[in-house]
Design a protein around this ligand. Structure first.
Ligand SMILES: Cc1ncc(COP(=O)(O)O)c(C=O)c1O
Length: 432
């Protein structure tokens, strides 16, 4: 096999060494230590614009809510704020971070499930738009506050995703309001004095085929038509959720954004006309699509261990740093940042430092022959990488650095051992 494949123009092979938007991966690893997340500002902007331009070709009232859960680094939020994006938040913490990054409250849509009363109060006081997940949540909100604008998450009974854990609609899903209850939900809100409305769905994550989106959108539009018929509501916005996938393994094909945009918007425009729904905003809320391939995890090889059955590369990132392989069995492309020109001829399992047999980042991966001290770059790590990381095994969380046009800046410091005890107390009776 020849040397490593580089997936986009911000990753560059200079004499066998990896450069990330003009910055040497080795220099970043030496300067900031590993494991290290490297985020590419230009790629985040490019992904956002690719999507926005594709949608605007077919309809001019379009909004993209960046789904913050994929990556909540303040620098990432700031980049998307400056692009004019809106923001999808799923916790008061994400609302807090979005406000800190400069998003105005009316650019934030909160979609929570199992939301507490004090959280509803916080959201009402923040002035963000709330997307309701159940009639119980609606009744509790209305006791606290009657917003001018309210949205409801519908379960369109079509779910999809790269793993069972990320399918968020259909029979077994805890999310959204069923068709049988939805007119009642809007009626309660209308009677309470809510004046403006949105409607929402989110069917799952990592979807590489437009078909499930179209099936679910057809259902959502039909439900919107029924609500309009029965209650006379017109929708200010219709949000078709996130879930736009990105290929991780070589056998996956990218979702064609132009095909997605063209088919979704043609369906949208036709049904909006048919059901007399006016001219609502067409919204989507992608996370992964915008940040996934803009993030690289650099990790150093500590050990090469050869057993009678396997060759293991022991690296310094584990599922505390990137949980997707352990949690979902996900594939992430891996390249050797200091051996890009060397033939890929050895088969390795790439293992983390945690005391868990499941702490494996890749199985049976064909790579160049590895030496201790080599630097691996785990690609497509920008989404659900740092945001799902932990201190498991009492390992401080790693740092994040942002690169742009050959320059770089640290955007999250590496935690120290002291961070492991921050907030902990030893009670009096245990003090000697
Ligand atoms: C409500 C909601 N919107 C958007 C997203 C973003 O999904 P993705 O990152 O797959 O685009 C999620 C992810 O789980 C979600 O729960």
């Amino acid at each position: 096999m020849p040397g490593a494949n580089l997936p986009h123009r911000f990753l560059d092979n200079r004499g066998g060494l990896l450069y990330i938007d003009g910055v040497s991966a080795a220099e970043l690893a030496d300067k900031f230590d590993t494991p290290l997340y490297v985020l590419i500002e230009n790629r985040i902007r490019e992904n956002y614009r690719r999507l926005k331009d594709a949608l605007l070709k077919y309809y001019d009232k379009v909004r993209i809510y960046y789904s913050a859960k994929a990556n909540t680094n303040l620098a990432v939020l700031k980049i998307l704020e400056s692009e004019g994006a809106y923001l999808d938040a799923v916790s008061p913490g994400e609302v807090f971070l979005a406000l800190k990054a400069g998003f105005q409250p009316d650019r934030i849509l909160f979609t929570g499930t199992s939301v507490r009363d004090d959280e509803l109060k916080f959201l009402a006081e923040s002035g963000v738009i709330i997307n309701i997940d159940s009639i119980s949540q609606l009744r509790r909100l209305l006791k606290i506050h009657v917003p001018e604008l309210l949205s409801f998450r519908v379960n369109p009974e079509v779910g999809a995703g790269h793993h069972e854990h990320v399918i968020t609609a259909g029979r077994n899903s805890k999310f959204g309001i069923w068709e049988s209850d939805i007119v009642e939900a809007y009626r309660i809100a209308l009677n309470a004095g809510v004046k403006r409305f949105g409607i929402h769905m989110h069917i799952g994550s990592g979807i590489l085929d437009a078909e499930p989106f179209l099936l679910a959108a057809e259902k959502l539009l039909k439900i919107a038509g029924q609500i309009h018929n029965k209650l006379g509501i017109t929708f200010e916005f219709m949000d078709f959720g996130g879930g736009l996938g990105v290929p991780y393994s070589p056998d996956e094909k990218p979702l064609s954004i132009d095909d997605f945009a063209g088919r979704m918007l043609s369906l949208f425009k036709s049904r909006v006309g048919e059901y007399h729904l006016g001219e609502p905003l067409f919204c989507i809320e992608p996370g992964r699509f915008i940040v996934c391939d803009a993030g690289i995890l650099l990790t150093r090889v500590n050990t090469v261990k050869i057993t009678p059955f396997k060759k293991f590369i022991g690296v310094d990132a584990g599922f505390n740093t990137l949980i997707r392989p352990a949690m979902y069995g996900s594939y992430h492309p891996i390249i050797v940042a200091n051996r890009l020109n060397e033939p890929e001829k050895e088969v390795y399992d790439v293992a983390g430092p945690l005391c868990e047999s499941g702490d494996i980042l890749a199985r049976n991966r064909v790579l160049p022959e590895i030496q201790e001290g080599d630097l691996l770059a785990i690609l497509n790590a920008g989404a659900y990488g740092f945001s799902m990381s932990s201190q498991y095994n009492s390992r401080p969380r790693c740092a994040e650095v942002l690169v742009k046009d050959g320059k770089y800046a640290i955007v999250r410091e590496r935690e120290s051992l002291e961070d492991l005890v921050r907030g902990q107390r030893i009670p009096d009776w245990l003090q000697s």
